[in-house]
Design a protein around this ligand. Structure first.
Ligand SMILES: Cc1cc2nc3c(=O)[nH]c(=O)nc-3n(C[C@H](O)[C@H](O)[C@H](O)COP(=O)(O)OP(=O)(O)OC[C@H]3O[C@@H](n4cnc5c(N)ncnc54)[C@H](O)[C@@H]3O)c2cc1C
Length: 400
């Protein structure tokens, strides 16, 4: 048996720490995609990152990304997608961090990996032509409406109601914390259609946001993710046609639970990439900043902080990649997705916090952008399922 590294007996083998770390799920095509998304993010988005913290990022970002083919990486070519695999979406989630804007990354991810996947999987041909194809082109912006003022973690507690009236449905209720809610052209909405049917009483709807009765009530202010828009929405006797139902009537709860798996895994990939980016920037800082006559990175305490962070980031990355491999290969790995989401979001917040520490006072200053990483990353322990809900899903999967 040969060992993976088989040097000649008299050779000296040294590790090449600077070499590229490849992973078996990615091909050369993914690498090319990686390069083009990164260069787009660095050249066309990052220069505006600070400005967009004040104004939220503009809608042209969707159009431009549609033009470049980045909004439909894994969607079928017949709807304008690139026909790629799930790993292409991971590449997008990882490389968009080079825009230096967590809010932008979230707004895009909601569009590509949260609101549109149910249309691709459950939609009719008409819905795919009417919503998915323009979303892939970046002409229509999507949002996803699950959370309500009185029901977040407990999705089955939502109250928004859709009642059948002849050939139409009439929707009443409200949704909150809706990312892209102010700019969106349509919403994938979860509503209750049969209050007596338990988990079988929910249905997904595709609702045009310019329908009479849809009110974009309030632009919500947040701790971080300032470049994204977050809305409180009201639905006041909103009438939609009968065929606005997305997927099977009464199966909306199960459809949305499926959607959440992709959302959580993409979120986890974004956390790993965000943590890595903060790590890289901090490493540079620690090599330049001096104290007591040496670069701060040369203190063992600081060196060990980097070692701890790198180890955590690598563990989260391996969980995300292996879980993505399972997902891509037809498994429905809910336990592992929940673990990856839980672990990656915790790691991202821990790393961002430690990066602030290594920066000292500079870490607390807006100018260095590290405090923003912490504020942005903090959302990940709450959004798309809190840490506590992830722990519960994992625990229950063992039958306890
Ligand atoms: C910036 C931002 C963007 C968002 N974007 C969207 C979006 O686009 N679309 C959308 O639909 N939603 C969105 N959300 C909502 C998000 O998914 C919810 O905030 C999240 O699921 C938590 O729900 P909640 O806020 O109602 O908290 P709650 O459910 O009220 O939870 C409060 C606390 O109780 C804990 N808790 C609740 N139940 C349990 C339990 N069974 N066991 C143990 N602990 C429990 C929670 O973990 C948490 O710590 C967004 C949220 C934010 C902050």
């Amino acid at each position: 048996m040969t060992s993976p590294v088989s040097p000649a007996a008299d050779a000296v083998v040294k590790p090449d720490h600077a070499s590229r770390r490849s992973h078996f799920i990615f091909t050369d095509e993914h690498d090319q995609l990686r390069e083009s998304i990164r260069s787009f993010a660095e050249r066309e988005l990052a220069p505006h990152a600070e400005e967009w913290e004040e104004t939220t990022f503009p809608d042209w970002v969707f159009e431009r990304m549609g033009e470049l083919g980045f909004l439909g990486l894994s969607y079928p070519e017949e709807y304008g997608g690139q026909g790629g695999d799930y790993y292409a979406n991971l590449v997008l989630a990882e490389e968009i961090v080079h825009a230096n804007s967590g809010g932008l990354a979230m707004g895009i991810a909601v569009h590509t990996d949260m609101a549109t996947p149910p249309i691709n999987l459950f939609g009719t041909e008409e819905q795919k032509q009417g919503y998915l194809a323009p979303a892939i082109r970046g002409e229509k912006i999507a949002c996803l409406g699950i959370t309500e003022p009185n029901a977040g973690s407990d999705v089955s507690g939502i109250k928004t109601r859709a009642v059948r009236d002849g050939d139409e449905w009439v929707i009443n209720g409200s949704k909150t914390y809706i990312t892209n809610g102010h700019r969106a052209d349509f919403i994938v909405l979860v509503a209750k259609t049969d209050p007596d049917a338990g988990y079988d009483g929910f249905t997904l709807f595709l609702v045009d946001m310019d329908s009479p009765g849809v009110v974009r009530e309030k632009r919500l202010e947040k701790l971080g993710m300032h470049a994204s828009d977050t809305a409180l929405l009201a639905f006041d006797d909103v009438r939609v046609p009968y065929d606005a139902v997305l997927g099977e009537e009464g199966k909306g709860f199960y459809h949305i639970m499926w959607e959440l798996q992709g959302e959580r895994l993409i979120g986890a990939a974004g956390c790993v990439a965000g943590a890595q980016r903060a790590f890289d920037r901090t490493l540079e800082y620690a090599q330049e900043r001096t104290a007591f006559g040496r670069p701060i990175g040369k203190f063992q305490v600081i060196r060990h902080k980097f070692a701890e962070m790198a180890t955590k980031i690598e563990s989260a990355r391996q969980m995300v990649y292996t879980t993505a491999w399972r997902f891509q290969n037809g498994e429905y790995p809910v336990r592992e997705i929940s673990m990856a989401k839980l672990h990656a979001s915790r790691v991202a917040v821990e790393v961002a916090d430690e990066c602030i520490q290594i920066h000292g006072g500079a870490g607390y200053m807006k100018e260095y952008g590290i405090e923003r990483v912490w504020r942005d990353m903090r959302l990940n322990r709450i959004g798309a399922g809190t840490d506590e809900i992830m722990l519960d899903v994992i625990g229950r999967s063992f039958g306890v």
